[in-house]
Ligand binder design. Structure first.
Ligand code: NDP
Length: 495
């Protein structure tokens, strides 16, 4: 049997094997076979990385750099990501099974985050306070937090990492990254570019491993100032509780069950494309998947018929092929979970009009595929309408008027994204105002940008990524008082 390549950690710019000497297999979801061995990090490796990042934060070249110099390094990193984008995109497809077209688009877009936050690095300004106390001068400073622990999910490894890393580095922090156990390789390749760009050793460190071992060790490490996390809501809540014991900051980008609302006055063809893109792109493995399609009753039957026709024509197969439209599911447990939910939907009494099973088409080979699935007759109280499935499973729910659409949309624990399809200007303004979610797309879906704040309401998370304010998620403010003279006051009362 062919020996698999071993992937080791990066600590202080050096390649370091796991302290335990143990590795686990990383699988290619299209072949269903292992392609590499990943170091299994433990508390010992995490401690090594955190101590290194702490030292880099306090001593050496990094804290001496001016913000302008930090910005230059970030921009250089953006250039290197652009130069290596094809290689990184292919590596991610090998691990997460998403389409090469999608991963190319994501990685080609990543440099913008490094340019944008690199540009912001020297625009972090405190303020001089028009203080009301005589004979005092007072001002504020915004300072980095320290060592940031970053924990990411498997669906878009470098994109999710970049949303955290670019503002954190621009603000002057150092980091330890724990990528998903299923998709660690691209983070190891990426960190080589960080060092090539000229970032001092120890500023960015990567330790792989399981959430319950390496992940928890990072969350509970006393020298971690903040955890920036993307993943499932239950994991996020668990991390929030553990971080609270150390009074650490957290930002949490969690799951979703996004409503995609189609009114009868919309451009139907656009809305059908939007509904397909919202749930079947990336095989439904996106936090913003429009997994609840709310259809106005007057267009319900016509819309469903056209939707099924288009979904049926989706080409499944090798994610590396430019022609493929639906690739495999990233992990075997995730595929099993999706199939279980398909059964739950059938047992709950919803009508499975498309799919509902594992895909066994010849072009799917030995990969982990499920058929694009559409349930109609769904009641919003059903499990398939309330719980995040994280796969290509659409629940179609009818409504009669605007109030009912908003009520159903908001009747869910999550609040990450929402879609509204309408030809009415009034609706395009009134409906987003009433929806309890962090992003609402009108006559579009899945648009994201480094400029546009992103994050959840309710059980979908805490804090925002992207946009100028995201840098403040990685800063703390300090107030400085300077006496400008005058006699010492009574020492027993407040000045
Ligand atoms: P998980 O919550 O299972 O895992 C996310 C990360 O957390 C992984 O690196 C995992 O480690 C780690 N982890 C697991 N348990 C712990 C723990 N006890 N302590 C510390 N770390 C831990 O999510 P998935 O990877 O399955 O990703 C899918 C989820 O991510 C979906 O719910 C999706 O909606 C959400 N997501 C949210 C996004 C957003 O921006 N809001 C974007 C993308 C995804 P490991 O897996 O390596 O064992």
């Amino acid at each position: 049997m062919q020996k698999l390549e071993k992937l080791d950690f990066t600590i202080s710019g050096k390649t370091i094997p796991p302290a335990s000497g143990e590795y686990f297999e990383s699988y290619n979801p299209f072949s269903g076979k292992p392609w590499a061995m990943v170091g299994r990090g433990t508390a010992e490796d995490i401690n090594h990385a955190v101590q290194t990042a702490k030292k880099a934060f306090l001593e050496g070249d990094w804290p001496k750099l001016t913000p302008t110099e930090r910005g230059k390094l970030l921009r250089k990193l953006g250039d290197l990501v652009a130069e290596n984008s094809e290689r990184l995109a292919k590596l991610e497809v090998q691990e997460n099974g998403k389409l090469i077209a999608e991963m190319r688009m994501q990685i080609n877009y990543l440099p913008q985050w490094y340019y944008y936050f690199g540009g912001l690095a020297d625009k972090i300004e405190g303020s001089v306070l028009p203080i009301d106390k005589p004979e005092h001068f007072a001002y504020t400073l915004h300072e980095p937090l320290g060592v940031i622990g970053m924990i990411t999910a498997w669906n878009s490894p470098l994109l999710l990492l970049t949303w955290k890393l670019a503002p954190a580095l621009a603000a002057g922090n150092t980091t330890v990254i724990k990528p998903s156990e299923f998709t660690s390789a691209s983070s190891f390749e990426f960190v080589k570019l960080v060092h090539q760009a000229g970032f001092p050793p120890g500023v960015v460190n990567v330790v792989a491993g399981f959430g319950s071992e390496a992940g928890e060790a990072l969350v509970t490490h006393p020298d971690i100032a903040k955890i920036a996390f993307t993943g499932g809501s239950e994991t996020g809540i668990n991390i929030y509780q553990k971080a609270a014991r150390g009074l650490k900051r957290v930002s949490l980008e969690l799951g979703g069950k996004s409503p995609n609302i189609v009114f009868d006055d919309c451009n139907i063809e656009n809305a059908i494309n939007g509904a397909i893109s919202a749930i079947f792109a990336a095989t439904g493995q996106t936090c913003i998947a429009g997994s609840r399609l709310l259809l106005q009753r007057s267009i319900h039957d016509e819309f469903v018929e056209k939707l099924i026709k288009l979904a049926k024509s989706a080409r499944m197969g090798d994610p590396m092929s430019n022609d493929t439209q639906v690739g495999p599911v990233t992990t075997l447990p995730q595929m099993k979970k999706i199939i279980e939910y398909m059964e739950v939907g059938k047992n709950e009494g919803a009508d499975c009009l498309l799919g509902g099973v594992r895909a066994t088409r010849p072009e799917c080979g030995t990969g982990w595929f499920v058929e694009p699935t559409i349930f109609t007759g769904v009641n919003n109280q059903m499990k398939i309408a309330q719980e995040e499935i994280f796969g290509p499973v659409l629940s179609v729910i009818p409504f009669d008027d605007d109030d009912e659409a908003v009520e159903i949309a908001n009747d869910n624990a999550y609040g990450l994204g929402a879609g509204v399809w309408t030809g009415s200007v009034a609706r395009s303004i009134n409906i987003p105002r009433q929806i309890r979610s962090g992003t609402v797309w009108v006559n579009t879906y899945r648009a994201v940008s480094y400029m546009a704040p992103f994050g959840g309401y309710k059980k979908s998370g805490l804090g925002k990524e992207n946009g100028q304010n995201a840098i403040h998620e990685y800063l703390q403010s300090k107030t400085v008082w300077v006496s400008t003279g005058g006699a010492t006051q009574n020492p027993f009362i407040m000045r």
